[in-house]
Write a protein that binds this ligand. Sequence first.
Ligand code: ARG
Length: 563
Amino acid sequence: MDFKLEVAKKISEQVDMELEKVLDLIEIPPQSNMGDYAFPCFQLAKIMRKPPHMIAKELAEKFVGDNILEKAEAAGGYLNFFINKAEYMKYTINDVLEKGMNYGKQAGNEDKTVLVEFSSPNIAKPFHVGHMFNTVIGSAIEKVFRHLGYNTQRLNHIGDYGTQFGKLISAYKRWGNEEVINKDPINELLKIYVRFHEEAEKDSSLEKEGRMYFRQLEDNDSEAVAIWQKFKDLSLREFKELYRVLNIEFDSYNGESFYSDKMPEIIEMLYAKELLVESEGARIVDLSEFNLPPCLVIKSDGATIYVTRDLAAALYRKRAYDFYKNIYVVGGTQALHFKQVFSIMKLLGYDWADDCVHVGTALVKFADKKLSTRKGDVIFAKDVIEEAEEKTLEVIESKNPNLANKELVAKQVGIGAIIYTFLKNSRVRDVVFSWEESLSFEGESGPYVQYSYVRGNSILNKAGDYNKDPDLSVLTSEDEFNLVKLLGSIDDVLREAAERFEPFVVTRYATDLAKAYNKFYNSHHILNAEEKVKDARLALTRAVCVVLKISLGILGMETPESM
Ligand code: ARG
């Protein structure tokens, strides 16, 4: 049962306002003595032409309590609702325990397809922490939508096409050493790519050569294609290894090259609608009606670009998936690019362009270094992961040297610590990474939340067999009620996270739940309580563990059994 919905129903029965609207207005009061839900009457005041406090008073008088909502009180312009605590606790705990990992799953969205594109690294370029940040955010966003019952697809729009591959082919033919490259592909390919740029500064014929190889690639020349395919295979091998470590999977790896043969159709459409304007030999689309700068679509040498492939990709996705939402989780610096792409689709008459969303991500900073792929001073995701595992192992060695499966736990906790750090704040805020903060077992950190789960889990293990039908009416303390209220708010949390495309809403929720559980644990006996109370508190503990596991799972974090 959705208690908030019950409140909304009660209100909309009495007044002339749609249920949806009422639901939207309902707030959670800042203090528990102000009730569990509050309805502000200010908007009604405008409709009913009465002061808000009078409306609140009248509604409170008409209110009849039941086993869901005990009472309603007017307080200024607000109508405060108090839920029937005992019923609420019983209902919510049983709901979690019955549904298990499906708790909070919504029905009714299954025929809406939500595409979430994320990660999208460029082949032959390092997968740096910035990509990892983006990957972790995108994956969490997809999981939020999945838990809300949408039919989701995880897309990786690999950067595997463009003039730079002509340069790389040239560099490879000049200085590539197969054996060295096979050992450490991305590093070595990056090295020869950097060398290409250095030498091209001295010898301008290199640029020409690069362009020639790209042309060969576009013309399907078998040698050029084979070399490019090798870059791609080697790079994907490395990327997939990282995804494996992070437990990340994709439904599609269709990258830019996949759309290269789908560009002519889009270009034809643009010509047919007379949207392509000539400008110094190149072809651009005027976007002044959207208040955007013109968008280059075809270069003066006839070559297509990144934008051209994104136009083709958007149309392909609509046709292939008939999406409800097409979400691009991509660095915030590409905001203009996506505005231009979506606007051009609108000019082509595709109103579904409004269902395309660019979800921007910020940067990851270490100390005072900004990450860039240009010079080669990048921080590789795999190095960060390795360091996290090592450092976590050290912590475990000192705190709990006899722990079984130390390596596995170090991996779960180390990676969890990074993920938590990435998902702790809004995705538009730069992450300033510090090991000390990430790996702390206290405060707002991944290890802290995981440890709270472990704590609950170990109590359950100690308890062994449990009463399947405990009397939950013995849970009467404020700490217990607060905990259950958190369990019951998962729907709201997921909805907010989805609406804002913000996984941190879930991170904050998991942290609040962990904190509330620790507070409960520190001030109440569980195993030592008298039988009936023990049974009820164990049921509550089981429910908390389930919901912690669900929320950490959405974030992409594992839950170790012990640590
Ligand atoms: N490969 C690009 C990069 O690393 C990101 C691709 C974003 N996706 C897209 N559909 N354009 O910058």
